[in-house]
Design a protein. Structure first.
Lengths: 553, 553
């Protein structure tokens, strides 16, 4: 077991472990080459091929780790031909390291007091060659601070294989680096944090359904990058019209030119309830509970009005186009978060897609996209781009990592060795969903009568028409009472809350509480998690189960 | 056990069993009163209330039988105070019976050689008072010939309770009645008939997926009434415009005025795969296998063009309206088959709702609605009204039985005692569906390699994006290959066929083959039938399972 933490004066316990050879793979010549335009790489060694996925912007929630696993396994299988425990490393200055900034000059980086020649890894980097070269000749820390996924044992183990020296002792103090997340806004202490940098958090389930509209402070937060600091005064939304003409709209102009439109919309992260999938088999991603879903009353302008103003008509939809969004949240390489939705979703007659500047009657909070964000009712959270910088229309979906190589569903048979992201459609509308928010799992409930509460929602404006609840694991069912706003058919964008009060069976010591919802197309939730398991842990919408103990009289 | 069949000279074995008293319920005064406009009746006996549903047009696929069950149970629980086995009945002539044609004069009917005073039953008739009064003073046979649901033991048992006499012997021969189904067209002998009158039949599963477009002769047939004989020359479609002005359009006028539009559309009966639900617990309805679904290339005019011509604009959709259809197929009381769809389904920009006069390049066959029918892509078969007579737009859904009190989904907890049809939405878009068409259940398959075939489809234009197949009951999965037309996103109206060729596990003696599909909104099929069981046996879309034996080498 390798424990990795800083000890005094910037030294790391890492150095005390035997090092692995950088040439571990030399015995089996393997070539990694980009085999597709959109981020799928192939590794051929003459006998078999693996595929891993290039993780845009080094985000690495998934494929990067999978690659690391392969690499580590390969390395561990290979006895270290050059291991010389205790042998001294050459010592370099930062200036010397700084001369190695390209493949021609070799690519060197530092981490702590150690120097690494990662030239041979550049092409292997799951996040892409261009991203890793941003760190060439300097320290890795500022980049890894940006992408917390690197702070894992096997990533450092991988790096170790490339060690070529030590920094001269007088230069071993950590380079002073700004924390890219230092400017993130303060958050409510009740939130359950799944990742601090970038910030990802959900409210406690028991608070989630206390109110029909989720308070802004408690609304689940799902950031992919640091929260950008956007000055409202200088903010301009760029809208690319037909022919490439770019319209720039200030916030006051947007508010003045287009009618204000308000819609109550539930947003749900594709990974909501992922932790239930991880219990079946480990998946890659943030371990969301049941509360990566929230509802707000959004106010803003209709995207269709803005697109019409830019010169697009409803007829432009012919031939299938996409409306692409770019956020102002950018990675260190300057690449923005991005996503797209089908043109028809944006421009349909009943389309309620908003460019929102208000959330529950307040100015949009920074964590939710201040000053302007997209709200796409009925569609997965990932397309609801925050800190909106640019809107354009394209024959192609957004080229962003999150559109192309993430947020897609796969068969349980597909693993990181076999996944091909081009074979699955980007998630847009989400399937029917429901979960129990009270009682809490493991709670002790009084005998007599029990009230079960929860939420239910479906994508595509398909309202929830019924929620069935069972206290006996699904053998018998009762119909729950639905509460909350009942929106029009085809435009039921917000959840329904529900509750059921039922007698606790007198002889029951435990209850296996289950809920399942039915939407307006009579789609239902699947019974179990296993058959919908997928490597990214998205679309987790099996029946929700909560087991509780019944107190004795 | 009561065996009921005609014996010589119009006599029935029925008369040989002890009769039940007509006053069986007298001890508990109960009043059946219509409690709602649309066919829900309440039975109050002071201590509890039941609800049953009035079955329009005596169709009786369900609620009528449920009512009969109540009645029978009540009757059986009550000792027959007036039973006089062997006592002679008074004898009446048909003329005498004919004088009893109203509630004031009492309502008498004959069945076989027996005479019944059904006055007290008129208000109880699940099919409605007006329908039963059509038979007043005469024979039941022509009505029961129309609605085969009456040919069941407990219906006759119910009738028996009202016996008041016998027909005079010289009048006991069956009245000569035309068979309302005598004019039905000939059908293909390969069809598996679920009901002859009205005609309901499906193709054998193994033929269903032989071709992507189902041959007209094999396309599943679901009639609610006799096939009307419509003369093309005199045919006029009535279209009610805003303000009630009625437009009449002949077939040549329709073809001349509006552009021809062709769409490949899969139609599925709400009851497809109902037999699987019946295996869990008996449901009311035709015992469809997996083939109450078929696909054709439909040609006709767009409904939106016709509605626009009649004066409706897209904006008329405000406030939610419905497009109501009436068929030319009518019950004996003159009530037409009817259904409605939301206005937005008909008038949306991408709406492909057709008034179709062609099916797979041929004139519409009589069984499929000659000369004109509605084809509503992505929506349950029941709304695809055949032999279309009239189109109108209304603030209300179609008042027809089939819209109001049938073709709705309920919780497995709801039975015929508790069902309230006003609480569930009329089925429109159907949920994701798939089934295995080969190998057949119980087949013996060779060892080595197995090819599994089937279909997959989803409602609302949501294309099928994946089909997973398991040979081991759902423990492991493989992704099937999809074939057939790939239609545009949001307008994927037709099924995909699929197949998977996989090695048969060498040690397997039996295979539990399972399929499940995923649609464009990532909705999936539920694992099992029990939790989606419903009293009408509709929406049966659990994983499909076929068990086969593996032949020895």
């Amino acid at each position: 077991m390798l424990l990795l933490r800083p000890i005094v004066r910037g030294s790391w316990v890492l150095q005390r472990t035997p090092r692995l050879a950088a040439v571990a793979w030399g015995a089996h010549p393997q070539v990694w080459t980009p085999s597709r335009t959109h981020g799928t790489w192939s590794l051929g060694d003459g006998s078999r091929r693996w595929k891993v996925t290039a993780v845009g912007a080094l985000l690495g929630l998934g494929a990067g780790l999978a690659y690391g696993d392969h690499r580590r396994r390969a390395a561990e299988a290979e006895p270290d031909a050059e291991a010389m425990p205790g042998a001294p490393y050459p010592v370099f200055t930062r200036q010397e390291v700084g001369r190695h900034r390209s493949l021609a000059e070799r690519v060197w980086v530092t981490y702590g007091h150690e120097v690494f020649d990662i030239t041979d890894f550049v092409e292997l980097h799951p996040g892409g060659k261009s991203k890793i070269l941003l760190a060439a000749g300097g320290a890795l820390e500022p980049f890894w601070a940006m992408y917390a996924v690197h702070s894992q044992e096997h990533v450092l183990q991988l790096l170790r294989a490339y060690k070529v020296g030590e920094l001269s002792p007088e230069q071993q103090s950590q380079p002073t680096q700004g924390d890219p997340y230092a400017g993130d806004p303060p958050r409510h202490p009740a939130l359950k944090v799944n990742s601090l940098k970038p910030f990802n958090a959900e409210p406690p389930a028991e608070l989630l359904t206390e109110t029909y509209l989720t308070p802004n402070q408690l609304f689940f937060k799902r950031n992919h990058l640091p929260v950008p600091a956007v000055a409202a005064a200088s903010y301009r939304l760029q809208v690319e019209g037909p022919g490439g003409r770019v319209l720039e709209l200030s916030l006051p102009e947007l508010k003045r030119r287009f009618p204000k439109h308000e819609v109550t919309v539930t947003l749900q992260c594709a990974g909501n309830r992922r932790s239930e999938m991880s219990r079946v088999r480990q998946v890659k991603g943030l371990e969301w509970g049941v509360a990566a879903i929230s509802t707000a009353r959004w106010g803003g302008v209709r995207l269709r009005d803005v697109l019409a103003h830019a010169g697009y008509g409803e007829e432009e939809a012919a031939g299938e186009q996409h409306v692409c969004f770019e956020g102002l949240d950018k990675d260190l390489g300057g690449a923005a978060y991005g996503a797209s939705i089908p043109f028809r979703t944006a421009m349909g007659r009943g389309a309620d897609v908003l460019l929102a500047y208000e959330m529950n009657g307040e100015e949009l909070p920074r964590d939710h996209g201040y000053p302007l964000r997209v709200v796409v009712p009925g569609v997965v959270g990932a397309r609801n781009v925050k800190w909106l910088g640019r809107v354009s229309v394209s024959r192609e979906e957004s080229p962003s990592h999150w559109q192309q190589n993430d947020y897609k569903g796969f068969s349980p048979a597909v693993d990181w060795d076999t996944v091909d992201f081009t074979t699955a459609p980007a998630i847009q509308e989400l399937p029917v969903q429901s979960a129990i928010t009270a009682p809490a799992p493991g709670a002790t409930v009084p005998p007599g009568e029990l009230t079960v509460k929860g939420y239910a929602w479906s994508g595509g404006g398909r309202g929830v028409v019924r929620v069935d609840v069972s206290l006996d694991g699904g053998r018998t069912w009762r119909v729950a009472e639905l509460t909350g706003e009942e929106q029009g058919p085809g435009r039921a964008w917000a959840w329904r809350l529900w509750q059921l009060t039922a007698p606790v069976p007198p002889d029951a010591a435990e209850l296996d509480i289950v809920c399942k919802a039915v939407d307006a197309s009579y789609n239902v939730q699947p019974d179990t998690v296993e058959p919908i398991w997928n490597l990214r842990g998205v679309l987790s919408n099996a029946w929700h189960r909560v087991r509780v103990t019944v107190a004795e009289e």
